[in-house]
Write a protein that binds this ligand. Structure first.
Ligand SMILES: [Zn+2]
Length: 321
């Protein structure tokens, strides 16, 4: 086997990896759950071990590996190879991840923001195939975006383009992890649903959420909100409607500003389905200029959890290591 790449997706709770051929088929997979909250050095050591395990795949020679692409959350300057900040993982400010990994692994390495990687994966091998101007939006624990313009990933002046989650939609809204108030991410992601459900329980509202979370507001989750909503609970339905509407506002901003031909929606929360997506699409159409209604094809992710790994691997050759 020749011309293989290794793609790695460093998330807040796990590192997923794949040994991938040029058709985006997985030759082998690797995963680690042991890095969460660790220092950069520990993450590097973990990646080192995953790569060694992938290289032990039968019939795979070291010389057949073109390079290693790494997607990581936070502000990432891909061209400089630096993680500038990462709110999920402490101690990462201005960490030279690319060059450190290069030294450890002995391969060319490229790094980028995880949403950019997922966008690139979907554009080349997933739901964005055939598009020209595409946005990939993820709706999971947090929310993020990757932008492809005219067939190229668009990163912006310092590599942080696409931070839709931290656009302010309500200056009087709740405090966001970034220090601002009322970011889109304060309403339209899993963390936001957790918080809104907690607030609802603490307000004493009569809701099924009480029993589904075992009367423990601190443990209530977005999945439990979805479960209560499916049972017809009015409070849970209202929260999903609110999150969906804010997500729609985020999409309307994307359509107004970038006018993409395709928007790919990914992330685990999308699995909640119509209770979330119907208010989202309705709000999207209500908040854009009439000439833009239906201008973008809105499609679900095809690669789901693999998008980040496939896209990170596909970055090899896309930007100079
Ligand atoms: Zn924010």
């Amino acid at each position: 086997m020749e011309n293989l790449v290794i793609g790695i997706d460093v998330g807040g709770t796990k590192i997923a990896a794949g040994l991938i051929d040029r058709n985006a088929s997985f030759i082998a997979r690797g995963i680690s759950h042991s890095h969460c909250g660790c220092s950069p050095d520990q993450v590097v050591a973990e990646i080192d071990q995953i790569v060694e395990r992938l290289l032990a795949t039968p019939n795979v020679d070291r010389s057949s590996i073109l390079g290693v692409g790494v997607g990581i959350s936070g502000h990432v300057h891909g061209e400089r190879g630096i993680v500038m900040t990462n709110s999920n993982l402490p101690d990462w400010d201005y960490y030279p991840l690319r060059d450190t990994l290069k030294t450890h692994l002995g391969f060319p390495v490229v790094i980028d923001n995880d949403a950019n990687c997922a966008a690139w994966g979907e554009y080349l091998h997933g739901a964005g195939r055939g598009s020209k101007d595409m946005c990939y939006v993820t709706f999971s624990t947090g929310c993020g975006m990757g932008i492809v313009i005219n067939g190229r990933l668009y990163r912006g002046a310092s590599g942080t383009a696409g931070e839709i989650g931290h656009t302010v939609v309500n200056p009087d809204g709740p405090l966001c992890s970034c220090g601002k108030h009322g970011c889109l991410m304060s309403y339209a992601c899993g963390m936001a649903l957790d918080r809104m459900a907690r607030d609802c329980l603490q307000s004493g509202e009569d809701t099924l959420l009480k029993s589904v979370c075992g009367d423990c507001p601190d443990k209530v989750s977005a999945e439990q909100v979805a479960e209560a909503a499916r049972q017809g609970d009015q409070a849970a339905l209202r929260l999903l409607d609110l999150a969906g509407r804010y997500f729609g506002i985020g999409l309307s901003t994307i359509v107004q500003v970038l006018n993409p031909d395709t928007i790919v929606i990914g992330g685990g929360l999308v699995n909640i389905g119509p209770l979330l997506l119907e208010p989202c699409i309705k709000t999207l159409n209500e908040n854009i200029h009439p000439v833009l209604v239906n201008s973008a094809r809105i499609v679900m992710s095809e690669l789901w959890n693999d998008a980040g790994v496939i896209g990170a691997g596909a970055l090899i050759g896309e930007i100079e290591p």
